[in-house]
Design a protein around this ligand. Structure first.
Ligand SMILES: *Cc1c(COP(=O)(O)O)cnc(C)c1O
Length: 323
């Protein structure tokens, strides 16, 4: 295993993979994929930037105990458990679900890395952000650092604003559009915070958030004290029916894209991001001549849970694909 120490100067490993195909050529758009998925095999993609301030504290010798929240396939808990194991700190994951459910591959890894798992029922899990609930947790777990679901807090926003460093000094430093998938919004808020003035940031929620989506991003930006952020919007058409919902068409797009580009996508986030870009191009929301950068935020370990659904879905798809 490569040391985490080296990772602090590693943003230059995250290059841009250009995506060439007839569809983009026909519409006159230049598309690149920013490969932060390549930074680290376990602290995948955006999770590395979200945990950056924690990594820095751990590296400087602090040993906090960390509690956080996530679903049974949470990339965030997975990354956090890995970090805890690496630095020898205790981690605790509050998982939405029931202890009798079979352990997912993701949670099995987390447990192997020493994360203690506590299951919360649906109603209890829903309270994860409420002040009363958090106050109670602080009493039950004195001295623990409590990270919100997905790790999205002000630190995550600051960490993710440095994603832009990976394109500094390249011809991708100020694309016309930067597209980023959104779950809990910390990554997107960071990308907005670090946005060069000539770039429009488009966030793509992968679950049905409605207007609450914009509010989540605004709240995170204000927690991180980013003054008057401009130049961003959400495209709500990218949820495709809800979290981890996967149509036959999306599955077919993934198989076709991976065959053409040799780059793997995760079906929950980056696949929907790609599909949303393609739709925006067809809708005329991306002017000819534009340069578009898509964030490959990683999450490939989450594919394990969906591999068979992807195969069946892709082979059931009938019809033309855009790309
Ligand atoms: C967690 C995750 C996201 C969502 O990030 P948020 O900061 O929660 O919006 C996007 N892509 C991948 C691959 C992820 O694992």
């Amino acid at each position: 295993m490569n040391g985490l120490g080296a990772m602090f100067s590693q943003t230059d490993l995250a290059g841009v993979t250009p995506l060439y195909n007839r569809f983009y050529r026909q519409y006159g758009v230049t598309v690149g994929l920013l490969r932060i998925d390549l930074l680290h095999p376990q602290i995948s993609g955006n999770k590395w930037f979200k945990l950056l301030s924690l990594l820095q504290r751990l590296k400087s010798g602090e040993r906090p105990r960390i509690l956080s929240f996530g679903g049974a396939w949470s990339n965030h808990l997975h990354a956090l458990a890995y970090v805890g194991n690496h630095f020898g700190v205790e981690t605790l994951g509050m998982v939405r679900g029931h202890p009798d459910q079979p352990l997912t591959g993701m949670l099995a890894d987390a447990q192997r890395w020493g994360m203690r798992l506590i299951y919360l029922g649906r109603d209890e899990y829903r309270r994860r952000g409420e002040p009363d609930f958090l106050a109670q947790l602080a009493i039950e777990y004195p001295g623990w650092d409590i990270l919100p679901e997905g790790g999205s807090n002000a630190d995550a926003v600051h960490g993710c604003s440095t994603i832009w460093q990976s394109v500094q000094g390249t011809d991708w430093s100020e694309p016309d559009y930067f597209l980023c998938a959104m779950g809990t919004g910390g990554t997107l808020a960071g990308v907005i915070a670090g946005r060069p003035s000539g770039t429009q940031v488009v966030g793509v929620p992968v679950l049905e958030l409605g207007d609450a989506g914009e509010q989540m991003v605004r709240d995170l930006l204000s927690q991180a004290q980013v003054p008057d952020p401009q130049g961003w919007c959400l495209d709500h058409s990218g949820a495709f029916g809800g979290y981890a919902k996967l149509s036959h068409e999306l599955s077919a797009l993934l198989v076709s894209f991976e065959g053409q580009s040799g780059v793997q996508l995760d079906p929950v986030y980056t696949l929907k991001l790609l599909a949303t870009l393609n739709r925006r191009i067809v809708r005329g929301q991306v002017a000819p001549g534009s340069r578009v950068l898509l964030l490959h935020s990683g999450g490939l370990q989450g594919r394990r849970g969906l591999a068979s659904r992807l195969e069946t879905g892709a082979s059931a798809f009938v019809g033309p694909l855009l790309v």
